[in-house]
Design a protein around this ligand. Structure first.
Ligand code: SF4
Length: 355
């Protein structure tokens, strides 16, 4: 399958920091969020935005007949208060990195990047970004989990592992939201807590503005430029991501490399081999904490929506369906996974490579 997309913009020119004033020229402000200090702080960074008040964020986010794909071209920001803590137990299909107490949070819904394979396009009816400003309720819910006894003896002594950038890219939004900085402060006094911050961002300035934390695993998703150009729209190039990874290591961050999802582009073996060569020559791999590898896979329900909303080479590929999850046929997917594991095994022990 070739994923060459002639509509793709010139990615060499894509900045690694997003111009938020242009991205969020409209802000929907839920009544309950209007006086919240986080909402005020965010609005202060968007002085030119048109502010539209609403009673309930769902009136905007769950409107019928939206086009999440078109909305990505001029995303609106929706500031709201969640009526329940947004902490969830990881589903069995989630990559848990061997952690028995695996949770994720979802204080932000949707992402400034625009990956054609992103499950969020199948999950949410809108391409706009919702930010729940009452993070204090998420922190309280996690404190409760931290104080609870583990549900089984196998969980005794296990840290609480929480993925905080799950339905979004929180680091890419950090200059606007400041949530990562708050998470780091929160985690500092909670030794039993480990946070995973997954990102495709490559803004070294954002990273340098944050305190380095032993509690945080910075999980950087790497893809070949062929994949980035074809389907990971608005994301930084591979060289920019590698420069960012290098900077993160120099600053002392725990860095995880994520080769997930691996996409079956034309001549994928050569493309991914060349990428691993570039990664290994750019980074001191002995200082990488661990790596994850996964082929593209997606739930039946999400893919159905994605095909309707965004028919493209990734969504319309003739995947196989197993137990409600679409994936590449084994003869396509398995060799790519083997290639990734074999290449990573050249530079790190097998037990540090997660599938
Ligand atoms: S960076 Fe991640 S969350 Fe954002 S659009 Fe891409 S796949 Fe989705």
């Amino acid at each position: 399958m070739s994923l060459t997309n002639s509509a793709s913009p010139a990615f060499a020119d894509v900045p690694t920091a997003v111009p938020f004033r242009r991205a969020f020229s409209v802000v929907y402000l839920e009544d309950a969020a209007a006086s919240h200090p986080r909402a005020q702080r965010i609005l202060a960074k968007l002085p030119d935005a048109e502010i539209i008040r609403c009673r309930d964020y769902r009136e905007v986010f769950h409107r019928r007949n939206q086009s999440p794909v078109l909305q990505k071209n001029a995303q609106a920001l929706i500031l709201a208060v969640s009526d329940r803590p947004r902490v969830y137990e990881g589903a069995p299909v989630c990559q848990d990195f061997g952690n028995r107490r695996f949770y994720y949070t979802s204080d932000v819904m949707n992402c400034i990047f625009d990956c054609e394979y992103c499950y969020l396009q199948g999950m949410y009816p809108s391409g706009n970004i919702v930010v729940f400003v009452n993070s204090e309720d998420t922190f309280t819910a996690l404190d409760k989990l931290l104080s609870e006894d583990p549900v089984s003896s196998a969980e005794a002594g296990e840290p609480l592992y929480v993925s905080i950038s799950y339905d979004t890219d929180l680091l890419a939004l950090e200059p606007l939201l400041g949530f990562v900085s708050e998470w780091i402060s929160y985690a500092e006094s909670r030794p039993a807590l480990t946070l995973e911050l997954r990102t495709k961002s490559a803004s070294a300035a954002t990273l340098r503005a944050l305190p380095v934390s032993d509690h945080v695993i910075l999980a950087l998703t790497l893809s070949p430029d062929e994949v980035i150009r074809a389907v990971e729209h608005r994301t930084p190039s591979l060289s920019a991501r590698l420069a960012f990874a290098s900077e993160a290591l120099s600053l002392g961050w725990n860095v995880r490399l994520c080769f997930d999802p691996i996409i079956a582009v034309h001549d994928a073996a050569s493309v991914y081999n060349a990428m691993f060569d570039e990664v290994f020559s750019a980074l001191p791999m002995e200082r990488i904490r661990d790596a994850s590898v996964g082929q593209f896979r997606i739930s039946h329900e999400y893919l159905k929506e994605m095909r309707r909303r965004r028919p493209c080479a990734v969504t319309c590929y003739p995947y196989e369906l197993t137990d409600g999850v679409y994936h590449y046929p084994p003869e396509i997917g398995d060799p790519l996974i083997r290639l990734a594991v074999d290449r990573l095994s050249e530079v790190m022990p097998r037990e540090r490579i997660y599938l």
